[in-house]
Design a protein around this ligand. Structure first.
Ligand code: 5GP
Length: 341
């Protein structure tokens, strides 16, 4: 329905590189310096992403298209503008700091933070943006430790930028790397930097890891699609409940669920009023938007406008930003915008 676009929304699970519009990716591919990756990229883009593994082949290509701070700045502005157009009132944008041809991981993260800060200065009454720093499980634990140090340094030396970092994300190819190797690093981040953690959870069947993650008690989890009844039951019973970031199109396109009517979160958590947030994951490469994601939900689980607006508003309780004034402002704006004309 048309009103889905109008109601104010919250985005808590959006990967920067995956949110770059296909149009922008195609434009960047036309640059002469990208001729060597053009063919690989075109063949991946042509058929659309149909599995997680395909997605993980595309990310390094997108990374090569963003080799310097100028392109990165442009991409951040584009992505934030896209979300603002969807009437997103609050967004936590996540990204993995990485070394590239012309930028160190630290420069990368500072550029993203600067971009976010500039966006908000240019739109003082608009969308409130914060950043989550991703740790990638298919990279080494040394890289993860370096990233934690970079965050610590930025928070100390550039509190104006570091203050925009509100948490950490654990992501990357779920078929590679082990949660238990990264857990001590994330535990340290939580205790020493005081930052909450969201974890990619149950994207592939791995009950042992799911139980380890639930024992860690992440402040939020993302996906929760492929798990045994035992894990699902444990998730449903865990106190306090762990908020779930739900990414429907992503789960469908990567074949994690065969049909949305079989989505465990929608079938088992939503009816019990478990805290959830509807999110896009990778709006660019999956060619979706936040409104489209609410549309997917409503197609299979119809809800009134009021109930949908309440669901969107409820997601604000899962936000990692602890600045009460900022959150009160977002809440007030959402309440005001929620009233139908
Ligand atoms: P970036 O961190 O470079 O801004 O965004 C791309 C990265 O996000 C990927 O390299 C990958 O580590 C992570 N990512 C994006 N989408 C997914 C997803 O659906 N599942 C998982 N596990 N990781 C993802």
């Amino acid at each position: 329905p048309q009103w889905v676009k109008v109601i104010p929304k919250v985005e808590l699970h959006a990967h920067l590189s995956g949110s770059v519009r296909l149009r922008t990716i195609r434009k960047l591919l036309q640059k002469p310096e990208n001729v060597s990756i053009l063919q690989d990229a075109e063949s991946l883009l042509e058929g659309g992403i149909k599995s997680l593994e395909q997605g993980f082949r595309l990310f390094p290509i997108i990374h090569q298209l963003i080799p310097d701070s100028e392109t990165l700045r442009m991409v951040v502005q584009d992505v934030l503008n896209d979300f603002a157009e969807e009437n997103t009132a609050y967004i936590e944008l996540r990204t993995t700091p990485r070394d590239s041809r012309n930028m160190s991981a630290e420069e990368y993260l500072k550029t993203v933070l600067q971009g976010v800060s500039e966006y908000m200065s240019a739109h003082p009454t608009g969308m409130v943006c914060r950043v989550l720093v991703s740790i990638c499980r298919h990279q080494s634990t040394e890289v993860a430790r370096d990233i934690a140090h970079i965050v610590e340094r930025i928070r100390t030396l550039r509190p104006d930028l570091g203050g925009l970092i509100v948490g950490f994300d654990f992501s990357g190819n779920p078929n590679r790397g082990q949660w238990e190797d990264f857990e001590p690093i994330l535990r340290k981040v939580r205790t020493e930097l005081g930052l909450p953690i969201t974890v990619h959870f149950a994207e592939v069947l791995n009950d042992k890891e799911c139980m380890q993650i639930l024992n860690f008690k992440p402040e939020r989890i993302g996906h929760a699609v492929i798990m045994s009844d035992l894990v699902l039951e444990r998730l449903m019973k865990q106190e306090p409940p762990i908020g779930v970031e739900v990414c429907l199109t992503s789960n469908m396109l990567t074949n994690s669920v065969s049909h949305l009517t079989e989505h465990p979160v929608l079938n088992h958590l939503l009816p019990g009023n478990h805290p959830i947030c509807i999110c896009t994951d990778d709006a660019g490469i999956f060619d979706t938007s936040l409104s489209e994601e609410y549309g997917q939900l409503l197609r299979y689980f119809p809800m009134s406008r009021d109930d949908t607006a309440r669901l969107a508003m409820g997601a604000l309780d899962l936000a990692f930003c602890e600045d009460e004034n900022v959150m009160a402002t977002v809440r007030k704006r959402m309440m005001k915008a929620m009233k139908p004309p």
